[in-house]
Ligand binder design. Structure first.
Ligand code: HEC
Length: 400
């Protein structure tokens, strides 16, 4: 079972990445197209807003964009929607495999008062509830004031992050914020952008009057999707960076990274326009450097540094702690249920392996404390300090 679970995880993640690349790649490409159309050519045909030449893969491409629509409906007409839908489907399945099937360890923090199914329901509520809140905001009068809407959305997202960090493990909280945003983006495609395009096509077929509201809604939603791409991509890889989510300030770290990445996206949106853009990249850089400075980790706790004259830590002590708190999972044959092999390929069941991984142990169990996962094995602060003291000592002398 654990073995099949690992395969499900691998195949879904792989697939999610592939279709996600296809979706975001197409979206980046169309943004780029829009920004690079030649709009001044005298040779442009009737009703053509712009055109562009490109060379790729050994061939020349010639594209044209129409001001409204071509005189008759072209056949075949290509739509871009399955990239988005399959990204949602694979991501949702992956959420189950990684977080909900192991909710006790992966979703909930140690000592949580929730039982796993309550955590799962809450997670699902957030992922889908976010869309209803967001959609209602876009349709409210706020929808006509994009800057205000963006501010409100940003504050709500950070509040959501903070709230989730109170009930979920840090990594699950981040991932759920990412999943909630991703769901809104896919639903924008499914519920607003594609229906708008369908209405456009059917208006062409029947010769009916076009409803300008469709265009206005679709533009707002695709603009949101454009700016949310980079934050979502970060959230999807955030699991690898406990320094971001593993402190109580994780919600603020996310706020900083969102500001940074939205500014970077903004730069790519406006760099082809004249004027008023020189500040964008420096502002993004400033946001990033400020965040990095604010996040500098405190030095690892060390018993000597505490000045209480504690004796040096012996390797045996370290090995005993790792054996008790980590090796249940991190062994060639884990005894802890749910693992078919040492997680992340890190086995810690012999003295030699522990020595080899001292730096990793410090990073995950002392500096960021994201291991033991969900602290299921109940590692204490004193034990973390002991590990930290041994690793920080001038040279973890052999044989000590
Ligand atoms: C409940 C099982 C479990 C326990 C107990 C556990 N881990 Fe892990 N560990 C995992 C899983 C699952 C992963 C892979 C997922 C990930 O990278 O977050 C992992 C990944 C790691 C990694 C590689 C990821 C990285 O960021 O380098 C290290 C190193 C690690 N654990 C060290 C430890 C140490 C040290 C302890 C004891 C203090 C420990 N683990 C206790 C399950 C566990």
């Amino acid at each position: 079972m654990d073995y099949l679970h690992d395969w499900a995880n691998l195949l879904l993640r792989w697939g999610h990445l592939i279709v996600g690349v296809a979706w975001i790649g197409a979206s980046f490409y169309f943004n780029w197209l829009e920004n690079h159309l030649e709009r001044q050519n005298a040779s442009l045909g009737d009703g053509v807003a712009g055109e562009l030449w490109a060379i790729h893969g050994g061939g020349f491409y010639h594209l044209q964009k129409y001001e409204l629509a071509p005189p008759s409906l072209p056949e075949p007409l290509h739509w871009f929607k399955w990239e988005a839908y399959t990204t949602f489907l694979t991501g949702f399945a992956l959420l189950w495999v990684v977080y909900y099937l192991n909710a006790g360890t992966m979703l909930l923090p140690p000592g949580s008062t929730l039982v796993p199914w309550q955590g799962v329901l809450l997670g699902l509520g957030v992922v889908f509830g976010a869309w209803f809140v967001y959609d209602a905001l876009c349709r409210s009068p706020l929808g006509r004031r994009p800057a205000w809407l963006a501010m409100v959305g940003f504050v709500l997202l950070i509040a959501l992050t903070w709230g989730l960090m109170q009930v979920f493990s840090g990594r699950a909280a981040y991932l759920h914020v990412g999943a909630a945003i991703g769901t809104c983006m896919v639903a924008n495609v499914f519920r607003v952008i594609i229906p708008g395009q369908k209405a456009l096509v059917s208006a062409m077929q029947t010769g009916a009057e076009r409803d300008p509201a469709h265009g206005r809604h679709a533009l707002l939603r695709s603009r949101h999707n454009n700016y949310l791409t980079l934050p979502v991509l970060f959230l999807m890889i955030s699991n690898h960076y406990p320094m971001t989510y593993a402190s109580e300030w994780g919600w603020l770290v996310l706020a900083g990274l969102m500001v940074f990445s939205v500014l970077v996206r903004h730069y790519f949106n406006v760099r082809h326009l004249a004027g008023r853009k020189v500040w964008v990249l420096p502002a993004a850089g400033l946001a990033l450097v400020t965040l990095m400075a604010a996040m500098v980790p405190e030095p690892a706790p060390s018993r000597q540094a505490a000045g209480n004259g504690a004796p040096e830590v012996a390797f045996g002590e370290v090995a005993a702690i790792v054996e008790e708190r980590c090796a249940g999972c991190h062994a060639a044959e884990p005894s802890f249920g749910g693992f078919a092999a040492a997680p992340a390929g890190v086995a810690l069941d012999t003295g030699e392996q522990i020595r080899r991984h001292l730096k990793d142990i410090q990073r995950v169990a002392v500096t960021s404390r994201y291991m033991p996962l969900g602290n299921v094995t109940g590692m204490t602060d004193v034990e973390r300090a002991t590990l930290g003291a041994f690793i920080a000592a001038p040279s973890p002398a052999p044989g000590s």
